[in-house]
Write a protein that binds this ligand. Structure first.
Ligand SMILES: Nc1nc2c(ncn2[C@@H]2O[C@H](COP(=O)(O)OP(=O)(O)OP(=O)(O)O)[C@@H](O)[C@H]2O)c(=O)[nH]1
Ligand SMILES: [Mg+2]
Length: 400
C-alpha cells in the first residue's frame, strides 16, 4: 500500500481522485480531508501480450492497447502540519494512517502557493524545500515517540542478552510495516553499537530513526502544481535534495481521466497525449481546457506525472516487478481459457516457489517445478524471477 502524504492543500485528494477515479472532497483550503480515503489505483507496465502476439483476456487487471494496468491500493491522508507528532492540527491521526504504508508519495506544492500550514499565499512566496524537511522530521519524531517511552528498558534487555535489539525494536513498531531487514539496514548505515544501546545518546537514537524512516517508509516527491509558473524553478531545487522528484499536475490528470471516463477523449493514465473522440459533445469551455492541458502540461512536461509517480513508487522505491502466472504454458491461459489472466506485483528477488505461494498456498506447498514461457525452460524453486516473466507452476497439489 502506498500513502499519499503532505501538508494541507497541496493536491493530495486531487492526485488520489485522478489515480483512482474514486470520489474525494477537493477544496482550496486546508484540512478538506479529515478521514482518509482508500482506493484502487493502477501501476502501468507494457503488457507481454504484444511480445507473445496473443489477444489477452485479463482477470485481475486491465490491458488497454498493450498497456497492463494492475490494481494497487492507495490511501489519501489528511494534511500534516508542523508539530503534528505532538498533536497539532489533525496530529497523530494522520500519522496513524501511514502505519501500513510501504512507501509514500509526498505531494509538494512546488509552486510555493501555500504556506507551511496550507494557507493560500502568493505563488513563489513559500519555499517547498522546507515542506520536504518538515515532513521527514514529523515522521521521524512520531517514530521516536513510539520508541522512546520504552527505550531505556529495551536497551537494558538487549544488553542483558535476553533478546536482540532488532527483535525488540521490531516488536515496538509492530503494525507499522517495519521489517527486521529495515532495522538491520538502518543499524548498518548509522554504524551504532547494537550491543550497547544503553550508550546511545538522544542524537544517536534520532539518527537511527531517521535512517529507519528512510528505509521503511521510502518516499518520492511529487512536485505538484507544475502548471503554476514558479514551480519549474523549484523542481530543480527539489532535485538538488538528491531524492526522486516527479513533476506533476494532478488537476490536469483529473480532468483528463474524467473526460476519458465519459468517452470524450481517448486517454490512458500515463499517456503523453490524448485524442478527441466525440468532438460534437465537447463544449467550448471543455475544448479550451483540454487545449490548455495539452499545451501547458503534456507538450511541456511529457505527461501529467500522476502515473509516473505511482510507477516510480512501486518500481523504484519498492523494487517491485510484474510477473504473469499461467496454467497452460502453450496457450498462456488459465483453466478457464483466459489468456494472460493475472499480473502480479511482487518484490524483486521473488523466487518461483514464492510466487506459487503468492498465487495459492497449496500451489506453493506442492511445488515441483515451473516453466518459463519465453524459452519454455524448466526452472527450479529457487529461481529468481525477472520483470515481465510468464511462468507456469507445476504442483503436486491442485488449487483448492
Ligand atoms: N494549479 C493547480 N492546482 C491544483 C493542482 N492539484 C490540485 N490543485 C488545487 O489545490 C487545491 C487543494 O487540492 P486538494 O486535492 O483538496 O488538496 P489536499 O492536499 O487534499 O488538501 P487537504 O485535504 O486539505 O489536506 C484545490 O483547489 C485543487 O484544485 C495542480 O496540479 N495545479
Ligand atoms: Mg485532501
Amino acid at each position: 500500500m502506498v500513502g499519499i502524504v503532505g501538508k494541507p492543500n497541496t493536491g493530495k485528494s486531487t492526485f488520489f481522485s485522478a489515480a483512482t477515479l474514486a470520489p474525494a472532497e477537493i477544496a482550496n483550503y486546508p484540512f478538506t480531508t479529515i478521514k482518509p480515503n482508500r482506493g484502487v489505483g493502477y501501476i502501468r507496465s507494457p503488457c507481454v501480450c504484444t511480445e507473445f502476439g496473443v489477444k489477452d483476456t485479463p482477470v485481475n487487471s486491465l490491458c488497454l492497447d498493450g498497456k497492463r494496468l494492475i490494481p494497487v491500493e492507495l490511501i489519501d491522508c489528511a494534511g500534516l502540519v508542523p508539530g503534528a507528532w505532538q498533536g497539532r492540527g489533525l496530529g497523530n491521526q494522520f500519522l496513524d494512517e501511514i502505519r501500513k504504508a510501504d512507501a509514500l508519495i509526498h505531494i509538494v506544492d512546488a509552486a510555493g502557493a501555500t504556506d507551511s500550514e496550507g494557507r493560500i499565499v502568493k505563488p513563489g512566496s513559500h519555499d517547498p524545500l522546507e515542506d520536504v524537511k518538515f515532513l521527514e522530521t514529523e515522521i521521524t519524531m512520531w517514530m521516536a515517540q513510539i520508541l522512546r517511552k520504552d527505550w531505556p528498558k529495551l536497551a537494558r534487555t538487549a544488553e542483558s542478552g535476553a533478546q536482540d535489539i532488532i527483535g525488540l525494536v521490531e516488536n515496538q513498531f509492530s503494525g507499522l510495516a517495519i521489517k527486521r531487514t529495515h532495522i538491520m539496514e538502518a543499524l548498518k548505515k548509522t554504524e551504532l553499537n547494537e550491543d550497547k544501546p544503553t550508550t546511545w545518546s538522544e542524537e544517536d537514537l534520532l539518527k537511527f530513526l531517521g535512517e529507519l524512516r528512510r528505509v521503511a517508509k521510502p518516499m518520492i516527491i511529487a512536485a505538484n502544481k507544475i502548471d503554476l509558473s514558479p514551480a519549474e524553478e523549484n523542481v530543480e531545487r527539489l532535485r538538488g535534495l538528491n531524492q526522486l522528484v516527479i513533476q506533476c499536475c494532478a488537476e490536469a490528470e483529473l480532468a483528463l481521466r474524467r473526460a476519458a471516463e465519459k468517452g470524450l477523449i481517448d486517454y490512458k493514465p500515463g499517456d503523453c497525449n490524448f485524442k478527441i473522440m466525440k468532438p460534437d459533445e465537447i463544449t467550448e469551455a471543455q475544448s479550451k481546457a483540454l487545449k490548455t492541458i495539452q499545451e501547458m502540461v503534456l507538450l511541456k512536461f511529457g505527461t501529467t506525472g500522476v502515473q509516473e509517480a505511482i510507477n516510480t513508487a512501486y518500481f523504484k522505491l519498492l523494487n517491485m516487478i510484474v510477473v504473469y502466472p499461467v496454467e497452460d504454458v502453450e496457450r498462456l491461459s488459465n483453466h478457464n481459457g483466459r489468456v494472460l489472466p493475472d499480473a502480479y506485483v511482487v518484490p524483486y528477488g521473488t523466487t518461483a516457489r514464492q510466487l506459487a505461494y503468492t498465487v495459492h498456498t497449496e500451489l506453493g506447498e506442492g511445488f515441483i517445478y515451473a516453466v518459463e514461457a519465453r524459452e519454455k525452460k524448466r526452472i527450479g524453486e529457487n529461481h529468481v524471477l525477472k520483470d515481465r516473466d510468464v511462468v507456469s507452476i507445476v504442483s503436486a497439489k491442485k488449487r483448492g
